[in-house]
Ligand binder design. Sequence first.
Ligand code: OGA
Ligand code: MN
Length: 203
Amino acid sequence: MDDARLFRTAADALAGEGWCVLGGLLTPAQTRALADECVALQAAQRLAPARVGAAHTATALRGDRTQWFDPAAASGPQRAFLARIDALRRTLNRELMLGLVESEAHYAVYAPGARYARHLDRLRDSDARVLSAVFYLNEGWREADGGALRLYLGDGTQRDILPRAGTLALFLSARFEHEVLPATRERLSIACWLRQRSPDRTM
Ligand code: OGA
Ligand code: MN
């Protein structure tokens, strides 16, 4: 699917159900380069335990380690990812008038058994996050490995999305509670948020 069609498909789904799963955001080689970089950062102990909420308190609710992308010093693989997210952002602004002005992204590594309890990405003191985008980096992931992103849909049902390399999960941040289920192997991803202008700049 070409870019324009891929992103229009996303726009239609977001305008409808409010969430979707897309393949084809990046090539397998680009995805692998991100996975390799994430593994190298992890090995070099450059990832830090994630914090929750505006107070940035450490919590047992969340077991991942993260490193934020620095847009001013992004690596080649990160620039490729950010360029695609920016193209998506512009399409969504054009098609849905979402007023998305920027993105923020971090690598996340969940050790085996780590989880992220059910939560909403929109923080209590800021409405800046409009769209959550999670891109997965795990080659050869099987259902038995666990580690699904569980999305709680408005109708009381839930949907599990496996963190397979190349899969992009998109959902409206204010609308869907979700959780990360524990996995039997290390689980790598990029969590990204598309943001609207907001008087409160707290992340
Ligand atoms: C998050 C999150 C989901 C995932 O970082 O807020 O919900 O599948 N991540 O990694
Ligand atoms: Mn989340």
